[in-house]
Design a protein around this ligand. Structure first.
Ligand SMILES: C[S@@+](CC[C@H](N)C(=O)[O-])C[C@H]1O[C@@H](n2cnc3c(N)ncnc32)[C@H](O)[C@@H]1O
Length: 252
């Protein structure tokens, strides 16, 4: 699993480990993270906001070239953890931390990850210089999600990439994205794999900004579908989600 010899393992081998870790990232989204990290230049910096038990962290650490700094920021406080798990819960957070540490060790990537056990809003000083790949999957409420996209997004350098999970699926993350990246001069919306949206650092003309905003707005029907699915699940009518072509479970 180690990339220390400069030869990262293939995605299937990485996912065998990472996919076994509890989490919400789908295999297709794992592959997207894998490719984004694998193609970084040596010496790059990867920042992950929201590591949970290590599924995405293992993918990033296993695929990034040797010499890449992988910083995983997660307070492991048990709050803003998953669907409807908003309030902090120290015992739950400590269990996540123990599982995260054990999962990284089992995957052989502990030495490739620097874990910062803080809220993302308190961790700016823990990363020096530009970020080349930013993966945002921390608190999904509008305020903190917006803060991550704006303040950590500002740290992404000229050719950098930002990947955001639960885009056009969670209300908070979607509003945060639309209010910051849509029509922005500095981010180009590349596309999405399910709810994993990709943005590239760019210098967009006024016309390109309009086109980009329209492309993001065209994701809103999919967002509405996801909201309908979530409402049905919360109302214990999950079986009706098949009418929307959904195979089941929370939509990612
Ligand atoms: C959806 S989970 C992340 C899932 C993970 N990326 C994976 O692939 O399994 C959200 C995580 O964000 C963390 N979190 C919550 N608020 C945060 C904040 N303000 N800054 C950083 N992480 C936060 C939670 O502790 C939780 O572990």
């Amino acid at each position: 699993m180690s990339a220390d010899n400069g030869e990262p393992a293939g995605f299937e081998a990485v996912w065998e480990r990472a996919g076994a870790v509890e989490g919400w990232l789908t295999p297709e989204q794992g592959r997207k993270l894998f490719e984004a990290a694998r193609t970084l230049d040596p010496g790059s910096t990867v920042v992950e906001i929201g590591s949970f038990r290590g599924r995405s962290t293992i993918v990033l650490a296993s695929s990034a070239p040797a010499g890449t700094e992988v910083v995983a920021i997660d307070p492991h406080g048990g709050g803003d953890r998953g669907p409807q798990e908003i309030a902090p819960d120290a015992a739950r957070g400590d269990a996540d931390h123990a599982a995260f540490t054990g999962n990284l060790a089992a995957a052989g990537v502990s030495h490739r990850v620097r874990h910062v056990r803080k809220l993302s809003s308190g961790a700016f000083g823990d990363v020096v210089g530009d970020v080349d790949l930013l993966f945002v999957d921390g608190a999904h409420r509008l305020g903190p999600a917006r803060d991550d996209i704006v303040r950590w997004g500002d740290r992404v350098g000229d050719t950098g990439t930002m990947l955001v999970h639960d885009a056009f699926s969670s209300v908070g993350v979607t509003l945060a994205l639309l209010s910051t990246t849509a029509l922005s001069r500095g981010w180009k919306y590349v596309g999405r794999v399910g709810s994993l949206a990709e943005y590239r650092r760019s210098e967009l003309s006024f016309r390109d900004r309009l086109v980009d905003g329209a492309r993001q707005a065209s994701q809103l029907p999919w967002f509405a579908r996801n909201l309908a699915i979530k409402c049905l699940i919360v109302a214990r009518l999950g079986r009706l989600t098949r009418l929307l072509g959904h195979p089941g479970g929370w939509p990612y």
